[in-house]
Design a protein around this ligand. Sequence first.
Ligand code: ADP
Length: 397
Amino acid sequence: MKILVINAGSSSLKYQLIDMTDESVLAKGNCDRIGIDGLLKHKSAKAEFVKEFSMPNHSTAVRKVIEVITDKEIGCISSLDEISAVGHRIVHGGEHFKEAKLVNEAVIDEIAECGKLAPLHNVHSVSGIRACMEVLPNVPHVVVFDTAFHQTMPPEAYMYGVPYDYYKKYAIRKYGFHGTSHRFVTQRAAAMLGKDVNDVNLITCHLGNGSSITAVKNGKCIDTTMGFTPLDGLMMGSRCGAMDPAVVTYIERIEGKTSKEMDMFMNKECGVLGISGVSSDFRDIDDAVAEGNERAKLALDMFIYQIKKYIGSFMYILGKIDGIVFTAGVGENNPELRQEVLKGLQNIHIDSKLNNIHGKETIISTPDSAFKIMVIPTNEECMIARDTKQLVESLKK
Ligand code: ADP
């Protein structure tokens, strides 16, 4: 079974074609600048290129992808018929979607409805789904939500201290994001520990450009750091993270910003970028720290401090844990940061040789440690493809 995984953004559409017999990636790429001009980055065993193609909308982008992957010379499948299903990544599933769903009109309407909570995301997902359904009308389409894994949080974790009516009327609550990644590494961690996934207690740290930490009890999320939007929790590459909410209205007032401008400011100009004045990319921050840049050092210190603070509070909530997982760009590739985060944790010892790992599944703690510290590369596309396969197979039964 071959599954096409689609992640549609406002002007981009990422794709992977996965062969589910061994979960190998046959082709992957990104359509960029959709609606502007159009740029296709594509990679497979037979070809790797970046080319300009006209992509006035998502539909033309999908058609181009299909054309390339079925091309006689450089394609990796001989016809569209080889694609058994399409799995779509959706950012926000609200309270409605607790698991992957087969797409139908009612599901599309509900995704659009959840779009109220994620105005920058769901509308483009719907465009992506419609475009793919147009080009591949005869295969099942499945939607997988970033928020779904976090739907098991108890109310005391997901409610905010605003009037209860606001929860009822406006669905204001914590949702959490990166759920597909947290779920993927939870399953991998259970396998590495030789335990049933329903028996593991973990703290999963997804540290990338966007970052979140999740408390997992018996394989299920019981709390996470991102909230109503991905702005909450840790300070990130360019997002401010949690702060006194009064800061928002104060900056709006003294800087004369509209709420839309404020939203942009908190997402794009804050965090590690805002503090350091250097970059939102942690590699640039590391370089600047090495050159003695004090604001870059402060940004890094703040990030590490906040990770420690959330790990500490989740350890207390969970009681007993089997492990801490590091994943995503920074979590997988930054041994120094992992070392700093774990410094001072009682009864945990890191094998510095094992910790010197980049993007490879590894237990980096010594055997005498109280629990395991793991580096696990995330793979959201694979998780989406697995969900899609499972749902499609269950339909046949
Ligand atoms: P996102 O998916 O949220 O855009 P990623 O998970 O790709 O982000 O993480 C991006 C971050 O990971 C960047 O800040 C980058 O510096 C860091 N990163 C990626 N690869 C490496 C690497 N090989 N070494 C160190 N840091 C890396």
